[in-house]
Design a protein around this ligand. Structure first.
Ligand SMILES: Cc1cc2nc3c(=O)[nH]c(=O)nc-3n(C[C@H](O)[C@H](O)[C@H](O)COP(=O)(O)O)c2cc1C
Length: 249
């Protein structure tokens, strides 16, 4: 698929999303990036705090470091543009300091910033996808947050949350099915555990079928979630964020 493809209507675009993990070696032009950032910025933001920053990484040495620490994940240095999405309370801290007022650090401020950067990043991603690019978030970036922080000289109050690969797709993977809407949307009260697990069981069947069609081991979604949740994953992230100036309580 080429960039600048005819834009699909927004709902079709959203329902055709799939992460792209192989990219053509074509850079993403600056004007496309600026336009996508404008779209990202129009996402709702708690009380207009705009508590995020996007770092575009172009330096080959830094890209090597970020690709390596993420797994390695080669796509970090082989995509058209790589970004690090940060929850950012720095501007607020500096404004308070400049005004001679205290900055009250709180978990709420971190929560708001992480939510804010995610709304921004998802609008940004949709804008890129509407231009015909493919995207893939990179949570693997959190494998070594201190190194990310040092590599990008991130000051106190700036928290790298995930990376984002963007580029012209060099693959056309199938769409990964999701839980049924009635397994994630409830009316008036949360359902009992049996109802919840029945939704999971139905999805396991769909998921096995999807993986089988891709030629992968046809495990259920629950197998993946059990494996993921029955061990510690990146247990040091809270401490790194604390060292970076986050209040966790
Ligand atoms: C915050 C976040 C981090 C992710 N990290 C990675 C990653 O490090 N590597 C990767 O290949 N995919 C990553 N993904 C992509 C997910 O695996 C993918 O979105 C999910 O499996 C659903 O598939 P789909 O995006 O193709 O619909 C990440 C997605 C999110 C939202």
């Amino acid at each position: 698929m080429q960039p600048n493809a005819l834009p699909a209507d927004p709902m079709t675009l959203m329902k055709s999303h799939r992460s792209i993990r192989a990219f053509e070696p074509t850079p993403v032009p600056d004007e496309h990036i600026t336009e996508a950032v404008r779209c990202g910025q129009m996402a709702s933001t708690s009380s207009a705090v705009q508590a995020y920053s996007l770092i575009r990484v172009t330096d080959p040495g830094k890209l090597d470091t970020l690709a390596e620490l993420a797994g390695p994940q080669d796509k970090v240095k082989r995509c058209g543009a790589y970004f690090v999405c940060c929850a950012d309370t720095r501007r607020h801290r500096l404004m308070c300091e400049q005004a001679g007022r205290p900055y009250f650090n709180s978990f709420e401020a971190l929560l708001v910033a992480i939510a804010d950067v995610s709304f921004f990043a998802q609008n940004l991603s949709l804008a890129f996808e509407s231009m015909g690019y493919g995207i893939c978030y990179i949570g693997g970036m959190r494998n070594d947050l201190p190194l990310v922080i040092r590599t990008l000289s991130l000051p106190e109050g700036v928290f790298p949350v995930y990376g984002l690969c963007v580029g012209v797709p060099a693959e056309d993977p199938s769409i990964r099915p999701r839980l049924e809407p009635d397994a994630v949307m409830f009316s008036d009260a949360y359902p009992d555990d049996e109802t919840l697990l029945a939704g999971v069981a139905r999805y396991d069947e769909t998921y096995r079928h999807y993986l089988g069609q891709r030629g992968a081991q046809p495990n259920g979604w629950s197998d993946a979630m059990i494996a993921r949740n029955s061990r510690v994953v990146r247990g040091e992230v809270g401490q790194v964020f604390k060292d970076q100036g986050a209040a966790l309580a």
